[in-house]
Design a protein around this ligand. Structure first.
Ligand code: HQG
Length: 182
């Protein structure tokens, strides 16, 4: 059984963002589940040898390029990326005046028409800086488009922003009038 940090991280993401039920896990309204039960479920489903321990999850979190998970008070959650039914609550806060979104050129016409929509996830994902947005866009296009989001105007119109991690902000949608191609 593969046991690389990337492999473990992908299984953690799948369980916490997309399919906790398959692992026999329930998430609370903020997306947290008991970390001991989480470890048991990962070991049961993937037969890690030697068995995964808390220290392995901590290592995944510490060595990752992105802050995807958080362990707190004996519980673990994914900080963003969820696609399960039932919106995971995140803390609303005031974001930087400009946020960024990196996307593929082929999506631009539709985004200009409809705005940014969560698509298969629960929230639209926004970045605090251009470099991060570019990395996100590069997943889908070698020459990604960077959009800027005017968050003050959006908030004045009642749109809320939620904290993902230090670089990721979440939003239910961004109508086209708050978007500009950078
Ligand atoms: C696009 C990764 C057409 C949107 C990343 C994006 C991120 C539209 C795609 C996190 C649209 C959805 C999320 C519209 C939005 N018409 N296309 N109206 N509105 N789109 O993967 O932001 O490595 O769900 O531009 O780093 O790319 O997994 O969102 O291209 O933080 O931890 O629809 O996932 O993190 O794609 O990425 P996604 P995303 P991890």
């Amino acid at each position: 059984m593969k046991r690389s940090l990337t492999f473990i991280s992908k299984k953690m993401s799948y369980a916490l963002r997309h399919n906790p039920e398959k692992y026999g896990l329930t998430l609370d309204e903020y997306g947290y589940t008991d970390v001991a039960q989480f470890l048991q479920a990962l070991n049961r489903m993937h037969h890690f040898t030697p068995r995964l321990k808390l220290a392995d999850l901590e290592k995944v979190i510490a060595q990752s390029d992105k802050q995807r998970f958080e362990i707190r008070n004996g519980k673990i959650c994914a900080l963003y990326g969820h696609s399960i039914p039932g919106i995971i609550k995140r803390r609303a806060a005031v974001p930087p005046a400009i946020l960024y979104h990196g996307t593929a050129r082929r999506f631009l016409a539709s985004i200009k028409r409809e705005g940014l929509l969560p698509m298969s996830r629960q929230y639209v994902h926004l970045s605090t800086d251009v470099a991060t947005a570019k990395q996100v866009g590069l997943r889908r296009d070698s020459q990604p488009v960077i959009l800027t989001i005017a968050t003050e105007k959006a908030q004045a119109a009642g749109i809320q922003f939620f904290v993902g991690n230090d670089q990721v902000w979440l939003c239910s949608e961004v109508p086209p009038q708050y978007l500009q191609v950078k």
